[in-house]
Design a protein around this ligand. Sequence first.
Ligand SMILES: NC(=O)c1ccc[n+]([C@@H]2O[C@H](COP(=O)([O-])OP(=O)(O)OC[C@H]3O[C@@H](n4cnc5c(N)ncnc54)[C@H](OP(=O)(O)O)[C@@H]3O)[C@@H](O)[C@H]2O)c1
Length: 218
Amino acid sequence: MTTAIIGTGNIGGTLARHLVRGGEPVVLAAKDEANATALAQELGELARAASVEEAIAEADAGVFAVWLDTMKELIASDGRLLENKVVIDPSNPLGFDASGQMTRTLPEGESAGSVVAALLPAGAHYVKAFGTLAADSLATAANREPRAVLFYATDDDTAAKAVERLIQTAGFEPLNVGGVTDAVRIEMPGGDLHQASLNGAILDLEEARSAVAANPSA
Ligand SMILES: NC(=O)c1ccc[n+]([C@@H]2O[C@H](COP(=O)([O-])OP(=O)(O)OC[C@H]3O[C@@H](n4cnc5c(N)ncnc54)[C@H](OP(=O)(O)O)[C@@H]3O)[C@@H](O)[C@H]2O)c1
């Protein structure tokens, strides 16, 4: 089993390191293929670099560790390649205004997950995951005892099975928060289960289950 990681920046690079440490073969793609090649060389024989199209074609599952606007562009250009693939999406509805300030790019209550899921071909297996911690926390919290939780949201059993395996391989504990309509809870800004709304806390399984049950919007 090979996992594609599209985008090798803060999230994609961190995740690639964790997955390779866990024994997972990865194929890496970036905007500039030289960036993916450099990371693949650092990670050794379990990693290789490819174009976005090759990476998607080669893997059963792909983590799209890119910004939401890039994700939309990639689906527009390569959507046909995503039939029968597990599409893992860590994106948040964030952008930057003219002064460099972070801003929300979608209306309140609308998740990046719902936008991405609606753009995918019907045969793709969509899951929102790997975006619930800040990248520096994702980097440092792997393989803790007890394990730190990474939340995910999906309506798709194939995607759930695949992402649970990858979250465990990366050194974390998976916890499902619900379907795509619940993705809004694990995105920032505003999602009650995103680390940014938890005062930076990184939760173990017991704490995470309590947080999921305390649904403020229910
Ligand atoms: N950073 C965080 O703390 C954090 C936390 C949670 C969720 N997220 C979400 O995770 C996603 C990635 O964030 P990040 O901080 O990792 O971003 P980042 O460091 O800016 O990395 C973005 C990556 O996307 C690649 N990319 C851009 N255009 C591409 C294209 N057309 N085809 C293929 N790859 C392309 C870039 O390639 P190059 O390397 O060649 O430029 C880069 O590797 C975002 O949606 C963000 O909202 C981020």
